[in-house]
Design a protein around this ligand. Structure first.
Ligand code: FAD
Length: 460
């Protein structure tokens, strides 16, 4: 029997793991992947990005049909909600895409093992059920799981994680969302649109901690107009559930009662029952697998990528790391520009961000110029009746290099792509401003914000 069964064995088939597997296979490495769930695709495809976006789309259509089309002269009567059908569509989307990942594994001749993987402690040997598989390189890509708060038991009915909130069988009359990050806001938006009264409780004194504060403040105002209510600066100390509802204990204030509580306070790295201790893999003080810039752990030929290591917990960050690591394993070289990784909140309007926030620039003492352009002055935004929000470009005051772009507005998630590309090429705001943008498009707002850095916006 050969010493190793594979060149590379990847633990976890989320966007980090399966993309790493494809790239390893493209580079000619004998590659295998192990996944404990029956469907491939990880949190992202099964219980994260994809089902949440499917629900956001369906709930958006419902809200539009139930009154949002009148201004267009479209009169819709008798709108009803078939929640079961809405959920079935979401499940179909998930099934199609997770099936697509299985096909990609076959196409690329990646061997798929199904089962829970754990290190045996014997070099790079991994136990999968009754089998033991050895590989020259082992990549840990086991992702993350929902985090909780002290005094909050996520196993109780009505005290929910995002996974539960993706599959409610009836619309909660009142939903309390704990945490005003992107998952809480997206799931809050879904259930508000479908008819829930939604209150969002947040420990910080603002929503979307970590994103640009000006954009987050704009978002709060818009969401309030839509009917979300916020209680900021509140510390949740416990949640208790009965058969009919939940009571959320709040430090120094009256408890909040609701039908269900959605706990969306972040996610934690998934290192449970992996046998990392047997191998002596070092963790950070936040429980992530500690890696160097090349994704190497402290154990030779054991690597880690994605949500299980430090950095933003985003699918595309995990994917980039998967590709970079495959190239490192093959050629010794691989690189990611972490400063050009966009972050998007898929609410309506969308919120998108790349690079540094204005607060970060101020804290670092970096001299910058700022250009802002509102969608109110963009012809396409007016035509489609989505003229809320703005684009904000931050560029270095001396070199004009783009340091950050923050957008709240229609299709912000797509508009941010050109900004990420520009930043990857080290563009100046002048570069974006001088590039021809087609008319009438929402992207013209990006060009105008870049022009505004130099005080030369044309349409305002
Ligand atoms: P994961 O996707 O978590 O995959 C890890 C895989 O490893 C899982 O399939 C797991 O079953 C498997 N595994 C774990 N332990 C073992 C073991 N011992 N043996 C075998 N298999 C194992 N990100 C975005 O970029 N955009 C979004 O819009 C977005 N929306 C989200 C919405 C929600 C509700 C949630 C919860 C997350 C969202 N995310 C989004 C985050 C995104 O899902 C994660 O950042 C991404 O999935 C991380 O990829 P990963 O490969 O590191 O891990």
């Amino acid at each position: 029997m050969p010493e190793f069964n594979h060149d590379v064995l990847i633990l976890g088939a989320g966007p980090g793991g399966y993309v790493c597997a494809i790239r390893c296979a493209q580079l000619g490495l004998d590659t295998a992947i192990v996944e404990k769930e029956s469907a491939l695709g990880g949190t992202c495809l099964r219980i994260g990005c994809i089902p949440s976006k499917a629900l956001l789309e369906s709930s958006h259509k419902y809200e539009e049909a139930a009154g949002g089309l009148a201004a267009h002269g479209v009169d819709v009567q008798g709108v009803t909600l078939d929640l079961q059908k809405l959920m079935q569509r979401k499940e179909k989307v998930v099934k199609t895409l997770t099936g697509g990942v299985s096909s990609l594994m076959k196409k690329n001749k990646v061997k798929v093992y199904q089962g829970h993987a754990s290190f045996t402690g014997d070099d790079r040997k991994v136990a999968i059920g009754d089998d033991t598989v050895a590989a020259k390189h082992v990549v840990v890509a086991t992702g993350s799981v929902p985090a909780s708060l002290p005094g909050v038991d996520l196993t109780q009915d009505r005290i929910d994680t995002s996974t539960d909130a993706l599959s409610y069988t009836e619309v909660p009359k009142k939903l309390a969302v704990i945490g005003a990050g992107y998952i809480g806001l997206e799931m809050g938006a879904v259930w508000r649109r479908l008819g829930s009264e939604v209150v969002v409780l947040e420990y910080a004194d603002r929503i979307l901690p970590g994103m640009d504060a000006e954009i987050a403040a704009d978002a709060k105002k818009i969401f309030e107009k839509q009917g979300l209510s916020f209680r900021l600066g509140v510390k949740v100390t416990g949640v208790s559930a009965t058969k009919s509802g939940v009571t959320i204990q709040v430090d120094g204030a009256d408890p909040v009662k609701a039908d269900r509580a959605l706990v969306a306070v972040g996610r934690k790295p998934n290192t449970d029952a992996l046998g990392l201790d047997k191998l002596g893999v070092t963790l950070t003080d936040r429980g992530q697998i500690a890696v160097d810039k090349q994704f190497a752990t402290n154990i030779e030929n054991v690597w880690a990528i994605g949500d299980v290591i430090p950095g933003p917990m985003l699918a595309h960050k995990a994917e980039e790391e998967g590709v970079a690591l495959a190239e490192i394993l093959h050629t010794g070289r691989g690189h990611i520009d972490y400063n050009a990784i966009p972050g998007i909140v898929y609410t309506d309007p969308e919120i998108a961000s790349v690079g540094q926030t204005e607060e970060q620039l101020k804290d670092a003492g970096t001299p910058y110029r700022k250009g802002v352009f509102p969608f109110l002055a963009n012809g396409r935004a007016r035509a489609i009746d989505h003229a809320e929000g703005k684009v904000k470009v931050l560029a270095h005051a001396e070199t004009d290099r783009v340091l950050g772009v923050h957008i709240i507005g229609p299709s912000a998630g797509d508009l941010i792509a050109e900004c990420a590309v520009a930043m990857s090429f080290g563009a100046s705001s002048e570069d974006i401003a001088r590039a021809c943008h087609a008319h009438p498009t929402l992207a013209e707002a990006v060009k105008e914000a870049a022009l505004a850095v130099d005080g030369r916006a044309l349409h305002i």
